[in-house]
Every structure is written in C-alpha cells, then in structure tokens.
Design a protein. Structure first.
Length: 121
C-alpha cells in the first residue's frame, strides 16, 4: 500500500476543535509502526497541542498515539472539509526495504484513543 487517502466530511475544522472538551490536536507526525497482522499501531507526534474547552492551548512534547487501526476507525465521529495530501516525503518500510508513500486526510475527530508520553513538571 503506497497511498492512503481519507475523504473529507461536512464539518469545518474550527467546529471540530470547538467540539472537544479535552483532547490532543495532532498537527504533525514523525513516524511509527504498525503490526500488520492485527492492526496495532503507535505513531509519534512532532507537533501537537492540548485542546481544552474547545480551544487549542499548550504545546505538547513526546506524545505518542497508540491503538488498533480498525478500532480507531470505528471511533471517527467528525471529518473536516479541509482534505490535504502530504508532500510525499514519507516512507514505509520493513526489514531494510522502503517505499515512498502518500497520506491524506482532513481534520478528524476520534472519540477516544490512547495517548502516551512523559509528563514534565
């Protein structure tokens, strides 16, 4: 699989953010891994922010999103109108082999996902 695109939905990105009481706004991903036999994954975020009462507040560091692909897809409950395709610099690989991949999606709200990291302070 070299390209994954999720179609947009009817919601403006601002509407999605305003609907979140407490959550994480994942702006940029830096990599991760997927167990293709069962769909379990972990993805690292290089840019993310806390959402509190519908507002993006503090920047976060060292955040990972952890879950199971089919399970998380069932928890998508809002999709934005702002579909964007990556710039094509991503790769996917296994056992020393890699292939360029493209990814695209809109602002997406997931009702629940495991967030891991290190609490500082």
């Amino acid at each position: 699989m070299t390209n994954t695109i999720m179609l947009g939905g009817p919601h403006e990105p601002e509407e999605i953010i305003k609907s979140v009481k407490k959550g994480v706004f994942a702006k940029r991903f830096s990599g991760g891994q997927v167990n293709i036999s069962n769909g379990d994954f972990v993805f690292s975020l290089t840019e993310s922010y806390l959402i509190e009462d519908g507002k993006i507040t503090a920047p976060l560091k060292g955040v990972n999103l952890i879950g199971n692909g089919p399970d998380v897809l069932r928890k998508v409950d809002m999709l934005g109108t702002d579909v964007e395709v990556s710039d094509g610099i991503w790769t996917c690989g296994k056992e020393g082999q890699s292939v360029p991949v493209g990814v695209g999606c809109s602002t997406t709200r997931i009702s629940a996902i495991t967030v891991g990291g290190t609490k500082v302070g």
